[in-house]
Design a protein around this ligand. Structure first.
Ligand code: NDP
Length: 248
């Protein structure tokens, strides 16, 4: 599937990992990327790098737990580029812990960022996509959105939720009839900063070990996202699971 037209792609959580790799990959082939995250210096540096390489990029400091900040990110894309072709709900965190540790603040944080952040993204982009009768949501779930394990209950819960939300969105008439595609991307272990949010020291070494042993490059996920974008508009890749060959 060749990349034929330049698209306006909004990416949340673009300051590191999969979001950053996706921004670079898409910008390099001519897409206009609109980047959101909380760490402004990282976004600034990334936008400069993309522009130096001849690409188009802008950013807005965005905490996805704030509906108004997510709305402002969408507004920036519409004001600067006139449309939103693709919205990538990528921001997320994974502070695994077992329930007995009662890390309730971390549970809440995961619900706020991994679920509510996605919902705010949908709310921000859906109206203009419906108006144009064109668009695509790419929502980051996970292999953990298919199976769970001790210590991964809340994270998995949020990623199962992303799949449920995405699947219902895809099926709704007002969405499908507006030619809006919905794609779930579910990675396995990818070498990013994601495990840094784990504060449960009983779990962290094992997870670090797994990532060191098998994790694949974030660029592989960027390529997967590009593949989903490039499918003909009458064809919706509903979900792509992409994991290291060595991961069970
Ligand atoms: P990183 O930790 O490298 O990136 C996470 C990104 O999310 C950062 O840019 C961070 O930016 C952003 N973020 C976190 N909280 C917020 C917030 N409140 N508002 C806005 N942005 C926020 O991890 P990954 O790149 O790996 O993660 C990206 C997505 O991929 C996540 O949804 C994750 O669950 C999913 N995923 C990752 C896997 C992996 O193994 N790496 C496997 C499966 C799924 P900032 O701190 O600047 O706000």
């Amino acid at each position: 599937m060749a990349h034929t037209e330049s698209k306006v792609v909004v990416i949340t959580g673009a300051s590191s990992g999969i979001g950053e790799a996706t921004a670079k990959f898409l910008a390099e082939r001519g897409d206009k990327v609109v980047l959101g995250a909380r760490r402004e210096q990282r976004l600034q540096k990334l936008v400069e790098e993309i522009k130096r390489a001849g690409g188009s990029a802008i950013y807005h400091v965005t905490d996805v737990t704030s509906r108004s900040e997510v709305e402002a990110l969408a507004k920036l894309a519409l004001d600067e580029y006139g449309q939103i072709d693709v919205w990538v709900n990528n921001a997320g965190l994974m502070p695994h812990s077992t329930f007995d540790k009662l890390k309730v603040d971390e549970w809440e944080r995961m619900v706020d960022v991994n679920i509510k952040g996605v919902l705010y993204g949908i709310a921000a982009a859906l109206p203009s996509m419906r108006e144009r009768k064109s668009g695509q949501f790419i929502n980051l779930s996970s292999v953990a959105g298919h199976k769970t394990h001790p210590g991964g209950g809340v994270y998995s819960g949020t990623k199962y939720a992303v799949r449920a939300i995405s699947e219902a969105l895809r099926q709704e008439e007002a969405v499908a009839q507006s030619n809006i595609r919905v794609t779930i991307v579910s990675p396995g272990a990818v070498a990013t900063e994601l495990p840094n949010s784990i504060t449960d020291q009983d779990l962290k070494p094992g997870i670090d070990q797994l990532y060191e042993a098998v994790a694949i490059s974030a660029t592989r996920i960027a390529e997967t996202i590009a593949f989903a974008i490039d499918a003909p508009v009458d064809t919706s890749l509903n979900e792509i699971i992409v994991r290291p060959t060595m991961q069970q």
